[in-house]
Design a protein. Structure first.
Length: 381
């Protein structure tokens, strides 16, 4: 009997792992993180609580949480070699996501062999890398992390030089918690593949950053906001979007491989962005921008249904990410690295899971090339 082999373009619908970490129901528009609805975690949990939940399978109690927080907070400072590389990257003006990828690759320079220690270093240091890079490229010196601040608040402090308000910290934590894990997305799959070869955490994370960077995955929020800025006024939205679709271009922030209804993360983030802007707690932008974005969303969803009937193209996580992170004073090219800061605990949790249960990930391919060719000597070709 021959084994059935079915090729599925993009591996769509193929189950390639079992996980306890997150569940995505694309038809119901539901996302569970380790059993909790994303809406609950986004609203209530701190970043460290969610990272702990994913790494240990349960929420921490008070003493576990304070130990975990301290463990991360004491590891935030960067090794000199990492900082040196970031300085060179800033001088050469490489994109921040590339700077994060390069710098992440130096995080095992001290030869730390324990995967749990490597994991803590990665998570603790990502915000320091991104903030140091952002400051250096604009001619400012990086700030030392503040161990008294939580992970999210310290990131905003290292970027802007002032401790954020509780509302700003809450907004960032809502964002980071919302994107922490999302089934077998491309970057998580990349990390699992790398670790399945018995490679190390840092290598898996570097590969995951490379996968996240692309505009079909984590690279969309910058262009999504640029689009809202280009539209500028509500009355321009319809003609602008129509022209884009007529040219066959994709609207950034819309469509998803799995969700065929509105991405639940878009719901959570649009509420978080609304709170930030309504409380006038935003560092950048104003309420008009929020209202313009809502109008652009409405028009985009309507026009996508007209141009791509039956495709169910709805708002995805990136659209409101852009608005929220802009409100927190981040430039558009810091959106993807900030996504990586949020997703890093999820990547690592998948690596741990893969190490515990997984076999080497090694699918097969279907050969569709020629056969029976005869060798032709170089001088006769
Ligand atoms: N704007 C316009 N058309 C879109 C679209 C978008 N945002 N997303 C998908 N489509 C169209 C495709 O052009 C294709 O049309 P066709 O069949 O007429 O050629 C159809 O919908 C299906 O697209 P496909 O690329 O097969 O879907 P996918 O499941 O592989 O893609 C994304 C999912 C996310 C890559 C895709 O929706 C996209 O590129 N979105 C914009 C980028 C983005 O927001 N990325 C962040 C994802 S969280």
């Amino acid at each position: 009997m021959t084994e059935e082999r079915v090729f599925r373009e993009g591996l769509e619908g193929v189950v390639a792992a079992q996980t306890h970490l997150s569940h995505v129901d694309g038809l119901k528009g539901e996302l569970l993180i380790a059993g909790y609805p994303v809406e609950e975690l986004a609203q209530h949990a701190g970043y460290e609580e969610v990272a702990y939940l994913l790494w240990h399978g349960a929420l921490p109690d008070e003493s576990q949480l304070s130990d975990f927080r301290r463990r991360l907070a004491t590891r935030r400072a960067l090794p000199e070699a990492t900082l040196e590389l970031i300085r060179i990257a800033a001088e050469r003006k490489v994109a921040p996501m590339d700077a994060l990828r390069m710098a992440a690759g130096t995080l095992d320079l001290d030869g730390q062999p324990d995967p749990r220690e490597q994991a803590a270093d990665v998570v603790a240091r990502f915000p320091t890398i991104v903030a140091a890079y952002a400051r250096l490229r604009s001619g400012r010196q990086p700030l030392q992390p503040d161990p008294e601040l939580g992970h999210a608040a310290n990131y905003l402090y290292m970027l802007h030089g002032a401790a954020p308000s509780p509302a700003q910290t809450r907004a960032l934590e809502s964002y980071l918690n919302t994107v922490v894990d999302h089934g077998l997305n491309a970057s998580t799959f990349t990390a699992r593949i790398i670790i399945s070869t018995d490679s190390d955490i840092v290598s898996a994370i570097v590969g995951a950053i490379g996968a996240l960077k692309g505009p079909r995955h984590g690279g969309a929020p910058g262009p999504a906001l640029d689009m809202v800025f280009e539209i500028g006024e509500p009355q321009n939205a319809e003609p602008y979007l129509r022209a884009k679709l007529q040219r066959g271009e994709r609207l950034m922030g819309f469509g998803h491989r799995v969700y065929k209804v509105r991405d639940p993360r878009a719901e959570v983030l649009s509420a978080a962005a609304a709170r930030l802007y309504e409380q006038n707690e935003q560092i950048d932008g104003d309420q008009t921008l929020y209202e313009l974005a809502r109008h652009v969303e409405e028009q985009a969803v309507r026009l996508l249904a007209e141009f791509k009937p039956g495709r169910n193209l709805q708002t995805n996580v990136e659209f409101y990410t852009a608005l929220l992170l802009h409100g927190l004073g981040l430039s558009t090219d810091l959106f993807s690295p900030t996504f990586a800061i949020g997703r890093a605990p999820g990547w690592i949790a998948h690596c741990f899971e893969q190490q515990r249960h997984g076999r080497l990930i090694r699918p097969t391919s279907e050969y569709v090339g020629e056969r029976g060719r005869q060798w032709i000597a170089l001088e006769r070709r």
